[in-house]
Design a protein around this ligand. Sequence first.
Ligand SMILES: NC(=O)c1ccc[n+]([C@@H]2O[C@H](COP(=O)([O-])OP(=O)(O)OC[C@H]3O[C@@H](n4cnc5c(N)ncnc54)[C@H](O)[C@@H]3O)[C@@H](O)[C@H]2O)c1
Length: 382
Amino acid sequence: MTEPIDTIAVIGAGVMGRGIAHLMARGGKQTILYDAAAGMAEKAKMSILAEVDQRIARGKANEAELSACTSNITIVGNLHDLASADLVVEAIIETLEAKTALFRSLETVCSDRCILATNTSSLSVTDIAKVLRKPQRFAGLHFFNPATMMKLVEVVAGPSTESGTTKRLVNLSHDLGRTAVEVRDSPGFLVNRCARPFYGEALKMLEDGVADAATIDACLKLEGGFPLGPFELIDLVGVDIHLNATRAVWNAFGQAPRFTPSPLLEDLVKQGKLGRKTNAGFFAYPREATAPLSKQSCHPDIFLRVASMLANEAAFAFQEGLAPAEGINTALKLGLNFKHGPHDLAKMIGVPAIIDTLERYAKNDSSGRYTICTALAEFADQ
Ligand SMILES: NC(=O)c1ccc[n+]([C@@H]2O[C@H](COP(=O)([O-])OP(=O)(O)OC[C@H]3O[C@@H](n4cnc5c(N)ncnc54)[C@H](O)[C@@H]3O)[C@@H](O)[C@H]2O)c1
């Protein structure tokens, strides 16, 4: 039996903090919400209640959720008011300086049995842990946006994180109706790293003139069952935000060629075409309807190239011991709403076809982009 987590403090009441607080309160947890900006936590609680109200009106939520959020969320104005927490989830700005300063202060406020967790997407859990007196009770607890909807939580262990800490976080995630995937700390964790080829290989095909963005999106949706194509997704998230995420993983992996940001992204950002938010990105918005594509008219390599690179990257993560094949598969399915995870894709296409595809493209690319992971067959066999 692991010690339960009943009282949770959420620090940072922005996009993620308010979603996490909502999820906790809805799940019956005493939730303490704190933000350094005056009035921000109060505003967040009001917006949570207004959102639940709207969902009740649409028949998507019930009065019990409203009453849980009303009574379980307590706003505090001082870090010392978090002393009773069993867990603190940090969701503040994404800088190492701000996060390490905050966790240093938290160590002086929270009890020794309180777990300290970061929701960082791109910083190293290991680097944050370095400043702590007791890194054994520190971990990453990576929720996806919107936290109330997305089923996946990555539970990230740094080198000093105790197994009791990750176990308690996994149990909490299950209590909240989430699927927890345990992952060893590494840049981009599982989802943000292993998803790179979905975008990167599509961008490379666009650069190479294989097809236009709409056709590549359509073929991947038709043949791979992806809910959105890579170009639609980049436009939705924001070309600038996507480029920053790509650069972060690329730099963290020593600028490995397979993660190189596409010049097409750089060009769009320079032109201010940032996607849906600017009404222009890979597509112009509102988008014009186009005639549907048939499977027969898809270039056979579009799906094969993307799926092969997805399976190959997942095999690298598996080889590095980040998580078992099943965990990587689940993380990508739930974190990106993919119909098939990279392990499913490896089984569907088969290792010989993946090797053949990567070898064919490696002939015209000496950068190492298409280097085949030596653990590919072992990954696929799991
Ligand atoms: N937005 C996403 O899609 C997403 C997804 C997963 C993880 N994340 C991660 O979650 C974290 C928060 O991201 P966000 O998008 O919610 O940011 P945000 O900018 O919407 O909110 C950050 C909040 O933190 C507050 N804050 C800043 N410094 C603080 C401090 N020292 N103490 C207390 N409060 C402070 C700010 O006032 C702000 O309200 C980041 O680490 C980010 O990488 C974001």
